[in-house]
Design a protein around this ligand. Structure first.
Ligand code: HEM
Ligand code: MG
Length: 329
């Protein structure tokens, strides 16, 4: 059976995480990296298997230990990703592209494609990765990264801070509306976009620094090289996406998509948004996971039930109603 997720950290303050037990190493042949600069960095420092293929428990341990992501966020994000991009029988997830290292595939339409898979978790208007429509949705895009640095200089005096996050998130959405005919900004992407815009402030700034701004030098280390700064300390307290609403509030926008080519952005009232948070869970379970696994049997069905339980446990205090689309064990 898939094991229960690890619990919260016992000591949850700041500490040195770029230590001698976790040296950065360059990629070896077949090592996998993907759209998440956080997980890429953890793999390149050995907090995750350097191969880029990991179990949900390994990912939860790593994001807590090295970045101080809070337990609820770590579990929700990890099980959401695993349910749509991972192999539920072998309990392995690729942090990038599809690989045989996650084991034999379950029947279609399940894809087990890793985090690069478009539209189930990965989505449009990323800060430093291009939209899937333009080809590569997972590698650092030099033009977009230049824009990240430029915005940090123009709006943050050389640092990526809350103001920069607000401006850049708006800019990326406007660019996708104007250039990507398939632009989709409905849940879950609607939520992950605002949360991920907060992550560089929450997690990539040294925990001893009370000023929450990420220097362009350190942004380059994390985003381009998957590398901790020298002597890096993790965040001072457990956190995860707490600035997302502040980023949204600067330029509020309804969840929606381009319905008929560029510049046809139309709100989608069936999408979850910040006023309808339980719908994020409900639509994810019934539509996103349900679409990949219409009629699972055997071990696959059992592990779907177990992983969906872990997903709900992560939000059990939310007041949302747990769903059992595959029954109970
Ligand atoms: C983006 C997965 C934790 C930082 C992403 C994306 C995925 C992902 C699939 C691509 C979404 C997109 O931009 O289209 C995960 C999973 C995690 C996790 C499964 C498990 C807990 C973290 C942590 C950090 C982080 C701990 C920071 C330390 C980021 C950032 C982006 C991102 C900054 C946005 C990149 C951009 O917009 O260019 N993550 N992530 N993630 N992740 Fe993670
Ligand atoms: Mg993306």
């Amino acid at each position: 059976n898939p094991p229960k997720p690890p619990g919260p950290l016992k000591f949850n303050g700041t500490k040195l995480v770029h230590d001698s037990a976790h040296p950065w190493k360059p990629l070896e042949r077949d090592d996998i990296r993907g759209p998440c600069p956080g997980l890429n960095t953890l793999a390149s420092h050995g907090y995750l298997p350097r191969s880029g293929v990991a179990t949900p428990s390994q990912i939860i341990n790593a994001v807590q230990e090295a970045f101080n992501m809070d337990s609820g966020t770590a579990r929700f994000v990890t099980y959401a990703a695993h349910l749509v991009d991972g192999n539920l029988v072998t309990d392995l997830l690729s942090i990038g592209g599809k690989t045989r290292k996650t084991g034999p595939d379950p029947p279609a339409p399940a894809s087990v494609g890793g985090l690069n898979t478009h539209a189930v978790f990965e989505g449009d208007s990323s800060m430093t990765r291009a939209d899937f429509f333009f080809g590569d949705n997972h590698s650092l895009n030099e033009t977009l990264f230049k824009q990240f640095i430029d915005f940090s200089n123009r709006f943050g005096g050389g640092f990526y801070n809350l103001t920069v996050a607000q401006e850049l998130r708006h800019q990326r959405v406007q660019e996708s509306i104007a250039t990507n005919p398939t632009f989709d900004f409905t849940a879950p992407r609607f939520f992950t976009a605002f949360a991920e815009s907060s992550f560089p402030i929450e997690f990539f700034v040294d925990g001893r620094n009370p000023v929450r701004g990420l220097s362009t030098v350190n942004a380059t280390l994390f985003f381009r090289d998957s590398k901790f700064p020298v002597d890096f300390f993790r965040a001072a307290a457990p956190t995860g996406g707490s600035l997302a609403l502040d980023i949204f509030a600067a330029y509020p926008i309804a969840a929606g998509k381009n319905v008929n080519g560029i510049n046809t952005y139309t709100p989608d009232p069936t999408s979850a948004d910040f006023d309808k948070q339980c719908l994020l869970y409900t639509n994810f379970v019934t539509k996103t996971v349900g679409g990949l696994y219409p009629k699972p049997t055997g071990v696959l069905r059992r592990n779907l039930i177990i992983n969906l339980g872990f997903l709900f446990d992560a939000i059990e205090d939310s007041g949302c109603t747990e769903l059992f689309p595959y029954g109970k064990l």
